[in-house]
Design a protein around this ligand. Structure first.
Ligand code: ARG
Length: 264
């Protein structure tokens, strides 16, 4: 099925502050390389037949390339982001404005802290929601009421996996892949009972942000370095499309972070 993604060109990308353990401002990042890698990701989606819309990047918001954090869009309803850190606060209203400017009239500003699809992942029957580092559990309730979909809370425990989308991704509407070590014991049990047929990733693949992948149900766009996971996905019949986003990983992001899915 054709997807619609919102992306933001990393024209002002930089690692200027550290709000997750991947970020080292003293080491910085190469913006030109990041732009080239991002263009490859965008082309990969377009070659798969997906539609990509773009939001204008804003100077002074170096993390705005990570569009996944900008909102959560389900059934045409847009639940706005409200960022944890002041450095990214202005991104919330910027993304919400893109949606209202583009005719999404069921858009809502959030009352509680949440980082959009970074912490909310949508399946057919449920929305999985991470908490522990960024998104507040009160936002899980707010999203459930606003979207009319059951929201299942999952507790993140490892600071390297500060957003749900760094530790888990939907393979299709019913199945997921994840790294168990990123979750509390109780949440690991929840995941085992909801997804007995999940693809389980190892720590090596999680450590290169291999779980920050985007699947359209058939193709999985995934960080090139996540070797074991790619093999396993192929074995399970998925078509794997490796991309190199090493420069964006210096800010703690991968393919999924750069991609906000718009579900009409
Ligand atoms: N530097 C950004 C931050 O820490 C990276 C965001 C990555 N986005 C994501 N969806 N995981 O907020």
């Amino acid at each position: 099925m054709t997807r619609h993604y919102l992306m933001c060109r990393p024209d002002y990308f930089a690692v200027e502050y550290a709000i997750n353990p991947w970020m080292h401002p003293e080491a910085g990042a190469d913006r030109e390389v990041a732009i080239r890698q991002w263009e490859t990701l965008k082309s990969a989606y377009e070659e798969l037949g997906h539609r990509v819309s773009l939001i204008d990047p804003i100077e002074g918001l170096p993390d705005m390339v990570f569009a996944a954090n900008g909102a959560l869009v389900v059934g045409g309803r847009v639940y706005g982001a409200r960022f944890t850190h002041k450095e990214r606060a202005a991104e919330g209203p910027a993304y919400l404005k893109w949606f209202t400017d583009h005719g999404y009239d069921r858009a809502r500003e959030a009352s509680f802290t949440n980082e959009g699809e970074g912490d909310f992942l949508t399946l057919d029957q449920v929305v999985l929601a991470g908490t522990g580092f960024r998104t507040d559990i009160t936002a899980h309730k707010e999203a459930q009421e606003f979207l009319g979909r059951p929201v299942v809370t999952l507790q993140l425990v490892d600071p390297r996996f500060y957003h749900l989308d760094t530790a888990l991704f939907p393979l299709n509407g019913r199945r997921v892949a994840y790294f168990p070590g990123a979750f509390s014991p109780g949440s690991q049990e929840v995941l085992r009972s909801l997804f007995p047929d999940a693809v389980i990733a190892d720590e090596d693949d999680a450590s290169v942000l291999g779980l920050n992948a985007v699947s359209d149900g058939t193709h999985v766009v995934i960080n090139a370095e996540a070797g074991n996971l790619q093999l396993e996905l192929k074995r399970q019949g998925f078509e794997v499309i490796p991309v190199d986003l090493s420069e964006l990983r210096k800010a703690g992001g991968g393919p999924k972070c750069c991609t906000l899915e718009i579900r009409e």
